[in-house]
Design a protein around this ligand. Structure first.
Ligand SMILES: [Zn+2]
Length: 498
């Protein structure tokens, strides 16, 4: 048996204003093609590693196509078709393949295509020239559509945890179910219950209550009902489509009434929707709260600026928290990091001990605040910005910030990076610039929830900041065009019946 496999993930932020080119799509990640995917076999934090593992257990031959993933603005057609084209070429070169197993995010958009996952699966089938079976593993933030379920006839499988520490298990189950379908040992049926519910990313931490009850309940239901898989998808609120929102997907065995089960679970989620309500703190309120926590608990208190989260397609150079930090001008405070290639180049030219002046951040989007003037900031450290992640959801994977500079601006310290190498997952930007995070009272980063996999048990307290930004959790600030209404929490009094 031969299976073509890979990953082509796009998480669309409809409100990011820079163009969704190929380079922007993968700015936060690496693209691997063909045999380069073999490097993912041992990366336990990846869907592909789970797919490898299931295929090896079953003695199935794998044909690697592509690995590419990133949150970005709406893609150009050129960027999408380049990625899909690579997959289709591989499929055409292997007409004897028995199935297709792909990690497709579930919240991707390209110009004129609001559902790039269905588009991709249809193109793959065209390339195969027949109804070859497809299984997909999706992100917890997928906006699920009926068409996706129809195309993925070997099942739609989702991550259950946020931070996404269960990619391996998701990829493994998708591959395993596909193999069983091809062998005639399994005939999966999939149904979903879409919910009119937008979930703020920063409340959705499944490591702790209250959100932990969602995956726990789904897992228990899956076990007691003898299903193959149950996922509560949070959806991705920054992708503006008619499909946007949370959903429950049930994958069962032929003959099981999966639609009734999905509806039952949808009603359960709806009854618990208030657990996703969020308290929105602006920069000043977040800083006040952090000060108080730092007085009580000591080093260090973490502020995460969820509203400019590069992991959600935001540019990572937003200045909401930065401006407040510099206004407070307190020693023992550090920002890790702000994306600004221009200031980084100036720092490199000045060298360690030199000084830089100019405008910091606020250069790539209109929603993330204006640039902040800095004058005679001292360059404390420089780094090539290349390291290996420690966080459990990326452990062992390479990170390349394309240069880092640690600056002292007044009394505060700010790390500037040469690329927006995704959100801050762990202490790498600090360590690479010689800063020991334990030496600081208040640490500021840009991330919604993934940072918790590493920081949750290390920071003395964690404060969520909602400054204006491309991933703000005040959804009323976005000019939605296609979002279905009514939807919670924008229409708080609405009723829903599955
Ligand atoms: Zn996600």
């Amino acid at each position: 048996m031969k299976i073509v496999f890979g990953c082509l993930n796009h998480e669309a932020n409809s409100f990011a204003s820079d163009p969704g080119t190929w380079e922007r799509w993968f700015r936060t990640n690496f693209v691997a093609v063909g045999d380069e995917l073999l490097a993912y076999r041992d990366k336990k934090g990846a869907h592909l590693a789970g797919m490898f593992s299931a295929a090896e257990e079953e003695g199935v031959e794998l044909i690697p196509a592509i690995f590419g993933a990133g949150a970005a603005p709406v893609l150009t057609r050129e960027a999408l078709d380049r990625g899909v084209g690579i997959i289709c070429d591989v499929i055409r070169r292997h007409p004897d393949a028995d199935g297709l197993c792909f990690c497709l995010h579930g919240a991707g958009i390209a110009e004129g295509i609001d559902d790039i996952e269905t588009y991709t699966m249809r193109k793959m089938r065209e390339a195969a020239g027949r109804k070859i079976p497809i299984a997909i593993s999706c992100d917890l933030h997928a906006n699920i559509k009926a068409e996706m379920l129809e195309e993925a006839d070997a099942g739609v499988f989702g991550m259950k945890q946020y931070p996404h520490i269960d990619k391996f298990e998701t990829g493994h189950l998708a591959m395993q179910t596909l193999i069983r379908k091809i062998r005639g040992e399994e005939d999966p049926v999939t149904a979903f219950c879409p919910l009119p519910l937008l979930i703020p990313c920063s409340v959705a931490n499944t490591l702790r209550p209250p959100m932990k009850i969602f995956p726990d309940h789904m897992a228990e239901y899956c076990r007691t009902h003898g299903l193959i898989d149950v996922t509560f998808f949070n959806g991705f609120p920054y992708a503006d489509t008619e499909y946007t929102g949370a959903s429950v997907v049930v994958v069962g065995h032929r003959g099981q009434d999966v639609q009734a089960m999905a509806n039952e679970l949808g009603r359960w989620v709806w009854a618990h929707r208030h657990l996703t309500d969020i308290e929105l703190l602006d920069a000043e309120a977040a800083w006040d709260k952090a000060e108080e926590a730092a007085r009580l608990y000591g080093n260090y208190v973490l502020i995460h600026e969820a509203s400019d989260n590069p992991g959600g397609g935001s540019p990572g150079d937003g200045t909401g928290m930065l401006r407040e930090m510099l206004r407070r001008n307190e020693p023992g405070t550090i920002f890790g990091y702000i994306f600004d290639r221009e200031i980084l180049e100036k720092a490199k030219a000045a060298g360690v001990g030199g000084h830089v002046s100019g405008l910091l951040g606020g250069k790539t989007g209109t929603l993330c605040g204006a640039p902040v003037p800095i004058e005679n900031a001292e360059v404390l450290a420089l780094s090539d910005g290349v390291g290996i992640y420690l966080t459990p959801n990326k452990v062992g994977q390479k990170v390349d910030y394309q240069g880092l500079a640690r600056l002292r601006i007044g009394n505060a310290e700010v790390i500037v990076s040469g690329t927006c190498a995704n959100q801050t997952y762990d202490d790498r930007p600090f360590a690479l610039t010689g800063a020991d995070i334990q030496d600081y009272r208040i640490v500021v980063i840009k991330s919604a929830t993934h940072f918790r996999a590493w920081f949750q048990d290390r920071a003395k307290a964690i404060i969520t900041a909602n400054t204006p930004g491309t991933t703000t959790e005040d959804f009323s600030l976005f000019p939605y065009q296609k979002l279905r209404r009514p939807i919670y929490p924008l229409d708080p009094g609405m009723e829903f019946e599955a």
